[in-house]
Design a protein around this ligand. Structure first.
Ligand SMILES: [Zn+2]
Length: 479
């Protein structure tokens, strides 16, 4: 989440949803030492970014070549028909799934049916399921989980094709990842999603009651076709290679925003062979101009590419709609932000393109791997690390940075400080920020398109900072 501008007091909205999201039922006053604060960097081609990093510095070798997506990743074909007049979206989904372990059933997560979105009025209803063309008999052991028995066990490396229609009820006027604001619709984590963790199995974490995410899903390919009302623009995960069609390679999820948008487009150097195409859309009725967001996005992507390795995909889109309020919600290649969020929200959510979208994690079990590292990226870009280091921890957050969402559900008012701020505090305690970034470049290169776990990161940090296990343990971060 990223939030609002910094002032003597930063009011952190515990967002609803993913990243941070939205405006919380409870706002937390976060004291930040004024003197060390610097204003948000003004967008300029010359980034006010963290110190440029050398390719390798003492004790931190250069990153290896980046891993590619697994060959056996799921392949989704997804159609979406948005009908705002009816407050509904529907479509068909087909996925070809190849487990790396033998299985006798499939699991899909129906995240719109979690407690927060359900209370807001969202509902995802899958239709008749077929497995390799034959009807299946799914069951729903809980609202966010659908299991589908297989007619015969599937060996590791064998593929199965599963198809189903789906229908999603869009709540109106809510500050969340699924919503219909009138002039714009947001849809994120909105279809039946395979929670497979290669090498481990099905991720069945419970949904969170906090404004956060609890999803786990592997990098997959998506062929996405979206139909929206005449005159609407669709911004979504994927390369918009023809009208209404998006192709995404190696992404764990899909988000989209559609509506009457004022657009600004450009390109930036994401460290790739070709420039990254950037599109910013501002929904009708909002007073923001897309141009400053475009300028900042271009600058942040170029900055993070230097710090963490190249931006992973050919495009990035940002949609400003009313619903995310003072915060943002991250998806691979696409972010949803509320009005007036040019400042730290833009840089925070972009941090998630590396930490969550590229190197993903179990967001229910290890939220520090995505939120803590996105905050590390943000604080470096915004020059606010020293201020956040000085932020005191509430008693129920101190030494608890590694706790899962099941802990933070009951300590929601301390979640931001406990995970978002405390993780960067722990990393800063290891040594120079440039060396931490160097270790993160190695982490990104090695675990790209993978679901990382705490030992993956901590082992790399230990190679750069031998005392890392003991230092991180003080903050509650363990292998
Ligand atoms: Zn976040």
């Amino acid at each position: 989440m990223s939030r609002a501008g910094l002032a003597v007091l930063v009011v952190v909205a515990l967002a609803g949803s993913a990243c941070h999201a939205t405006v919380p039922p409870r706002a937390v006053a976060l004291p930040i030492p004024t003197p060390s604060l610097s204003p948000s960097p003004s967008p300029s081609p010359t980034p006010a970014v963290a110190t440029p990093l050398p390719a390798a510095t003492g004790g931190c070798p250069a990153a290896p070549p980046r891993a590619g997506p697994r060959a056996d990743r799921p392949r989704y074909t997804l159609t979406v028909d948005i009908r705002p007049v009816e407050h509904v979206a529907s479509g068909d989904m087909t996925v070809v799934f190849t487990p790396d372990q033998p299985i006798d059933h499939l699991v899909f997560r129906l995240w719109p049916n979690g407690p927060v979105l359900t209370q807001e009025g969202a509902h995802l209803a899958p239709g008749a399921v077929t497995v390799d063309g034959s009807p299946a008999t799914p069951s729903q052991p809980d609202p966010t989980t659908m299991t589908v028995p297989l007619p015969r066990p599937l060996a590791a490396g064998q593929s199965v094709t599963v198809s189903m229609p789906w229908r999603l009820t869009l709540p109106g006027n809510v500050r969340d990842r699924i919503g219909d604001d009138g002039p714009a619709v947001r849809m994120g984590t909105f279809f039946p999603l395979l929670p497979w963790e290669p090498g481990v199995g099905w991720a069945t974490d419970p949904p969170t009651t906090a404004y956060a995410e609890a999803t786990t899903s592997p990098a997959a390919d998506f062929d996405l076709t979206v139909t929206a009302p005449d005159g609407w623009t669709v911004l979504a995960t994927g390369v918009n290679d023809r009208p209404g069609h998006f192709s995404a390679v190696g992404v764990p999820d899909v988000g989209l925003s559609a509506g009457m948008f004022t657009l600004a487009t450009g390109t930036t150097d994401g460290g790739r062979a070709t420039p990254v195409a950037v599109t910013v859309g501002v929904a009708q009725g909002l007073s923001d101009s897309p141009q400053p967001y475009l300028t900042k996005v271009r600058d942040v992507i170029a900055s993070y590419a230097r710090r963490f390795g190249s931006y992973p995909w050919p495009s990035y889109s940002l949609a400003l709609t009313y619903g995310p309020g003072t915060s943002g919600i991250e998806y691979p290649m696409h972010v949803m932000q509320g009005p007036g969020t040019l400042g730290r929200t833009t840089s925070h959510e972009l941090g998630h393109e590396w930490f969550y979208a590229l190197v993903t994690d179990d967001q229910a079990r290890d939220p520090w791997l995505d939120e803590g590292l996105a905050s590390w990226a943000e604080y470096g870009y915004e020059h606010t690390l020293s201020a956040w280091i000085a932020t005191p921890m509430p008693a129920d957050a101190k030494g608890m940075a590694g706790q899962p969402m099941t802990y933070w559900n009951a300590h929601a008012s301390s979640y931001y400080r406990g995970v978002y701020a405390q993780t960067p505090q722990a990393l800063a305690a290891l040594g120079p920020p440039e060396q931490v970034d160097c270790a993160l470049r190695q982490y990104v290169a090695r675990y790209a398109y993978r679901i990382a776990r705490p030992p993956n990161l901590i082992d790399i940090l230990t190679q750069v900072f031998p005392a890392a296990p003991a230092v991180l343990a003080r903050y509650g971060l363990h292998r």
